[in-house]
Write a protein of this length. Structure first.
Length: 159
């Protein structure tokens, strides 16, 4: 799978048969996910826990996706801890997101946000590799890695 910023500045995950786009909502191949529930679109199995937490089985990788708009429950920390990698969509309170992501303790963590988010991550003591595109497969899992993917702000402009 490939994780990158699309032409509109939104977070995008591409697999061989599907594209997931995060643009305030989560859309898989033109199917908008509506929060809690189980979905299967384009050979991607998806568990929606709520509007901010999804678990994707994409190709051979289980990818958790979370936007820490509110404090995550212990039950959801445990669910996400079973993921191969966690995608943290930074939307506001970066320091709180870092603290909560640390509870999950994934081997591979991908932070996605604006350049301001990157600055706040660094000031929180997080070390990461900044990348425009991240290729992730089962072979990449098991090594502790942190990435940062810069997205556009709400006006389509990078901060």
């Amino acid at each position: 799978m490939q994780i990158q910023k699309n032409k509109d500045g939104n977070l995008e995950i591409k697999s061989k048969k599907a594209t997931v786009v995060f643009d305030g909502k989560v859309v898989v191949n033109d199917v908008e996910l509506e929060g809690a529930g189980e979905y299967e679109v384009g050979e991607i199995a998806i568990e929606g826990i709520d509007d901010d937490i999804y678990i994707f089985q994409i190709e051979d990788v289980v990818l958790g996706s979370v936007n820490f708009k509110s404090k995550i429950t212990k039950e959801n920390v445990e669910r996400l801890a079973n993921c191969d990698a966690v995608l943290v969509r930074l939307d506001g309170k970066v320091h709180e997101a870092v603290e909560q992501a640390g509870q999950i303790q994934p081997d591979t963590i991908i932070y996605a946000g604006t350049s301001r988010s990157a600055t706040e991550l660094k000031s929180s003591g997080v070390s990461f590799t900044k990348s425009d595109s991240i290729k992730l497969s089962k072979a990449d899992i098991g090594q502790e890695k942190s990435y940062f993917l810069e997205l556009a702000d709400g006006n389509g402009q990078n901060l």
